[in-house]
Design a protein around this ligand. Structure first.
Ligand code: URA
Length: 275
């Protein structure tokens, strides 16, 4: 490769990274705009016996490659209204998951691999809510399974909990591309669903993991270092439950000295569950 082409290739890779492309799906790029069928590797090695003439190049793209029919885009306000209406309809967590899976009002759904609804036990007395799934969660379809999830598991163990005795979800149930911060509009659209999820799970104690979850659910404006460790009353439908915010495990991985603050919060959570 000439130095010019090497530089162009590097620039293109840098562009992909910035655009949030972080998973390699195959060794060879597929030109999805071409009318040609992608040539399978096997066919290159041993050509099949000659069949009928190839179809003309301007035939319609094969169904698997054709773009899915576009869902009509809702205005931001209409999307929030639709989310409220859809969330209200759910009478159980299973119904909520199904409704959310079919909801077309949040564009994150189109870039995520799958819905990341919840993990743990819906019967648990404590529910943890984070911000949004990352790459590992998107692949597995479960919240908090990556590095921050492993730290969360260790924190749960430290107060005698695990994923059978806690319920875990996120404000946003689809991974934002490249793990970018969700926009305020995306949070607003997803908020009715997580609020309904909390109401249907009906925990005794709600724990917001990190500032964005605390701001969305507790309505606080201050940063997480001011908010953490304080108890709030959270209205979950007809019930008022105790809610607390603590530091997000991803932050603790970057700032391990702050674990002592999170430890205090976790002791307070344990005391609340023991009382
Ligand atoms: N961070 C979150 O807020 N949620 C996850 O599920 C994973 C990482």
């Amino acid at each position: 490769m000439t130095p010019d082409r090497t530089k162009a290739a590097r620039d293109l890779l840098a562009f992909y990274l910035e655009a949030g492309v972080d998973t390699v799906l195959g060794e060879e790029a597929i030109d999805r705009l071409s009318n040609e069928d992608p040539v399978p590797r096997e066919a290159v090695r041993s050509p099949p016996p000659r069949g009928p003439e190839r179809a003309p190049l301007n035939r319609p793209a094969p169904a698997a490659l054709a773009a899915p029919p576009a869902a009509p885009m809702l205005s931001p306000d209409a999307a929030v209204m639709a989310a409220r209406e859809a969330a209200r309809r759910a009478q159980s967590l299973d119904e909520l998951r199904e409704i959310l899976d079919g909801f077309q009002g949040c564009a994150l759904k189109t870039t995520a691999k799958q819905l990341v609804f919840a993990d743990g036990s819906p019967q648990a007395r404590v529910m943890f809510v984070g911000e949004a799934p990352g790459r590992d969660e998107d692949i597995e379809g479960l919240p908090f399974v990556g590095r921050s999830g492993q730290l969360l598991d260790r924190m749960l163990t430290a107060i005698g909990l695990d994923r059978t005795s806690s319920y875990i979800a996120n404000i946003i149930p689809w991974r934002p591309p490249g793990n970018r911060t969700p926009t305020p509009q995306e949070s607003q659209v997803c908020l009715p669903f997580i609020m309904r999820q909390i109401e249907l799970a009906d925990p005794d104690v709600l724990v917001c993991l990190g500032g964005p979850a605390a701001q969305a659910l507790l309505g606080v404006k201050e940063g997480i270092l001011k908010t953490r460790g304080r108890w709030f009353a959270y209205r979950a439908g007809p019930r008022e439950i105790r809610a607390i915010a603590t530091l997000h495990p991803a932050y603790l991985l970057r700032q391990p000295l702050q674990k002592r603050l999170a430890w205090r919060d976790f002791l307070a959570i344990k005391a609340a569950l023991d009382s």
